[in-house]
Design a protein around this ligand. Sequence first.
Ligand code: GDD
Length: 329
Amino acid sequence: MGERRVALITGITGQDGSYLSELLLEESYEVHGIVRRSSTERFERIASFKDRLTLHQADLLDQLSLVDVIRQVRPTEIYNLAAQSFVPTSWRQPLLTGEFTALGVTRVLEAVRLVDPGIRFYQASSSEMFGNSPPPQGERTPFSPRSPYGVAKVYGHFITVNYRESYGVFAVSGILFNHESPRRGKEFVTRKVTDAVARIKLGVADELRLGNLEARRDWGYAPDYVRAMWGMLQQREPGDYVIATGVQHTVRQLVECAFGVAGLDWRRHVRSDPSLIRPAEVDSLLGDPTRSRDRLGWKPRVGFEEMVRLMVEADMDRVAAEAHAGARA
Ligand code: GDD
């Protein structure tokens, strides 16, 4: 009989949860997910393989619900991907962001400690933690977060390290730089841009309003990044890793590239909207992925231009299909 491989994922309905589920199913894991009760459930990212997953109702705000699910599932690995993950919302709802994104991590770790400290634990940490520490940012770069979200993620990172050091839990913190895909939520800048390009190209929109075009990010492709998450839990020793491409672009370059894919001139459509400027900005993120390359053997496969093209094409297909369905209705 083979070794038991059972994964439990919080945030399974999100971009990363959906790609990670697919990877783990391919690796013959039994895959479980935690979903929060809501009157409008959103399963579109996992719909095509939902019958191969087992979903459980629990909540990062409710300690006992986490203990119950972990007792029932007895996972060998837990991936904590759930969070309030949109940076601007964290200024509007700083306390809720802290509950999910900071204390939620401790609740999962407490459940691990109580039920089975042998469970391997992955924490989705973020390059937002670096804030205005100058680039390039690596595992030894000091954190200097600029948003309530970034502050909450710093807490999540350190409590993960602390459970490793205090209780010997195999707990790792993956410090992931921005990672995108056609499954990205439309509030994030890459998808907001590629969705607008598709709608402008197909004549259902004319304008795109954006905030700071000069911000620099190290954008990678989400399916590449979930491979790194899994790889971290397969190591002999737990540790923390930066996952990034080592290549940086501005929001302006993203816009140029995406409009270019559709043969459009972005200057005719993009307007600046001061209400989208953040109270404090992270100006420049550029990751140093040396450690993950050397120790995990991890390398990104899809580069920036190819990813933007994939996203624009996926949005064009979707917008065209919606227009077609609308015309028939
Ligand atoms: N969302 C958004 N909308 N961002 C804009 C816009 C806009 O209209 N205009 C300019 N930007 C700029 C933001 O100011 C920011 O500098 C950059 O585009 C990227 O914004 P997001 O795509 O919202 O991502 P983020 O960098 O704030 O955060 C993402 O990456 C983190 C990892 O570094 C999120 O996925 C976080 O959850 C993640 O931890």
